[in-house]
Design a protein around this ligand. Structure first.
Ligand SMILES: [Zn+2]
Length: 265
């Protein structure tokens, strides 16, 4: 919203006195909006002169900017899916006599994903976009989720068509919005955080670790006879998501295995 400060008090104006303090309390200025909210067409049931839906305690609108319309639609969908999942997990939690799982970790992680979205939405001077990982413009190659444009005014999250991928790249986007993820600071902890965000939605994911076949010839035999799927690890607790797990994730399992994040070795 465009606004400037207007001084309304003349020098001759007598300042108000308050009884509990010796100092004068003077209302020096007042905030006035000089034009309507640039996004007022999106909120037809609200006066365009109302700041933050009339609730400035709950909402802030530092610059009147947010996702563009298409991306806001995606962000809203993600938020409502997160809310539904949180409700589902809370019901599960209420039904449990003994807390054996990591449900509360997952709930707080899902809450963080909501913060990721609001931080991206409120980031001044940077526009965040969701795009399909299958888009031709994906710099990581079609089908590979990634985030592009760190340190620029236009950050693109290339995501798969599932919540896990949207929460993973969304965590990176949130970190960018908060200034904690740049090309220079990117490290394994950013991936640990993103995998936790991804994991929180389903509560499990499969991965295959890097295997040193030269050191362990018996594992080579296992790979040949039972296949790479026999090395599959099923992660079912958030505490299993550690830097060493991420460092050992493999892109193409088998004899031609490649580390997914060789830069962290
Ligand atoms: Zn990532």
């Amino acid at each position: 919203m465009g606004c400037i400060k207007l001084d309304i008090l003349e020098k001759s104006f007598v300042p108000m006195k308050v009884v509990y303090s010796s100092s004068d309390v003077e209302q020096k200025s007042v905030q006035r909006f000089l034009r309507v909210d640039p996004l007022y067409e999106k909120y037809p049931d609200m006066s365009p002169y109302v700041y933050c839906a009339g609730n400035p305690v709950k909402f802030i609108d530092p610059n009147g900017r947010e996702f563009d319309e298409a991306n806001e639609k995606i962000a809203k969908e993600i938020e409502s899916n997160i809310n539904a999942k949180i409700l589902e997990l809370q019901e599960q939690q209420d039904g449990q006599i003994v807390q054996e799982t990591d449900i509360s970790d997952r709930i707080s992680e899902l809450q963080k994903s909501k913060t990721d979205i609001s931080d991206m939405r409120n980031k001044k001077g940077v526009k965040f976009h969701y795009k399909s990982a299958n888009d031709e413009s994906n710099p990581a190659g079609k089908g590979n989720p990634t985030i592009e444009g760190l340190d620029t005014e236009s950050v693109i999250m290339y995501v798969e068509d599932n919540m896990e991928s949207k929460l993973h790249e969304g965590r990176h986007g949130g970190d960018v919005a908060r200034g904690s993820l740049t090309y220079d600071t990117y490290c394994v902890n950013h991936e640990v955080s993103a995998y936790k965000a991804q994991y929180s939605y389903q509560g499990s994911f499969d991965c295959i670790p890097y295997i040193d076949y030269e050191k362990n010839p018996s594992l080579l035999l296992q790979m040949i006879t039972k296949g790479v799927a026999s090395f599959k690890q099923n992660i079912t607790n958030m505490k299993e998501i550690t830097p060493s797990l991420i460092k050992n994730l493999v892109d193409q399992p088998g004899v031609n295995q490649k580390l997914l994040y060789p830069q962290f070795k």
